[in-house]
Design a protein around this ligand. Structure first.
Ligand code: PLP
Length: 298
């Protein structure tokens, strides 16, 4: 089995968090959503994950902008203004004494009689909770990730951040069952993205190659930050799809995500990347991302 089971653990360990559900801050044991909620019945819901470092939120405005887009794409009214959502994030971080980890936010189309048609007057369910997690000091940052590739079985609107995550969950299980860390999805011979991350390579001439944005992948907030940092540092970037073979013969490979930040990939389908150890470009990108996030987080 792969080592990292942190995201597969059970609730709690005796620590009761304060959770936000539809207007109320309640102890987690009292945080409930109806069995008739369309998030539960149809995965009719979108979400965001915003990282917290030093008790401050990383890139919250970008996460709220993407939430807004996801809601528009599924035709769901906003449950609150950006200022209100920001205040909910802040209050949860404060009340739970969170210094490092994440705030998870989910909006569903709410409670309705089970029917594939949308309810005409939805009353969205809004839930936010925190999770404490080490983000900076992660063993994978030192060891790198070993990746398996799998055919991408997901729907065609991966640009919308929905809670339909079973295919990603199954893929990660497959990777772990094979003794690896995670999976990259492949469609028409080209890498789409990771189970919960964007996938990138560093070519032998030092160019960062990353798939261009489309409905095939999620427009990662961390991806955007890394590309901006690369541009500032004079590193060339090519936004285009790449094959598994190109990634396997690259100088370096890596993933980005809100809680991963930047993590090196050292093996793909058994083939070592570069010398099989995290390389200098990815190490620099990770250090720069952490430094900039510390500086810009609010
Ligand atoms: N792609 C997928 C499928 C994801 O689930 C995620 C994050 O959860 C990402 C990419 C990375 O996005 P972000 O950097 O905004 O966390």
């Amino acid at each position: 089995m792969g080592k990292d089971r942190r995201d597969g653990g059970r609730l709690g360990a005796g620590v009761s968090r304060v959770v936000y559900v539809n207007g109320a801050f309640v102890p987690e044991a009292e945080a409930c959503v109806s069995v008739f909620d369309r998030g539960f019945l149809f995965a009719d819901a979108v979400y965001e994950v915003t990282s917290v470092l030093d008790g401050r939120l990383i890139d919250l405005p970008a996460h709220l902008a993407r939430l807004d887009r996801s809601l528009r794409e599924i035709g769901l009214p906003r449950p609150a203004t950006d200022a209100e959502l920001e205040e909910l994030h802040r209050r949860l971080v404060r009340e739970n004494g969170l210094t490092e980890g994440l705030v998870y936010l989910q909006v569903t189309r709410g409670v309705a009689e089970r029917n594939f048609l949308y309810p005409p007057d939805p009353r969205p369910t809004l839930v936010l909770f925190t999770q404490a997690l080490p983000l900076v000091d992660r063993p994978e940052a030192r060891a790198g990730l070993r990746i398996v590739t799998l055919d991408d079985p997901r729907w065609a609107r991966r640009d919308i951040k929905t809670v339909q995550l079973l295919s990603a969950s199954m893929a990660k299980e497959i990777a772990h069952a094979r003794g690896k860390d995670d999976a990259w999805f492949v469609e028409d011979g080209l890498v789409t993205e990771g189970t919960a991350s964007n996938a990138h390579l560093v070519s032998r001439d030092g160019t960062i190659v990353t798939r261009d944005l489309s409905s095939a992948i999620l427009a990662g907030i961390t991806r955007a930050a890394i590309l901006a940092h690369a541009a500032e540092a004079g590193v060339a970037v090519e936004e285009r799809p790449f094959t598994v073979a190109e990634a396997q013969s690259a100088a370096e490979a890596f993933v980005t995500g809100a809680t991963a930040f930047v993590l090196p990939v050292v093996e793909i389908d058994g083939a070592p990347i570069g010398d099989g150890r995290p390389g200098p470009t990815v190490r620099r990108l990770r250090a720069r991302y952490i430094e900039e996030s510390r500086r810009r987080s609010v």
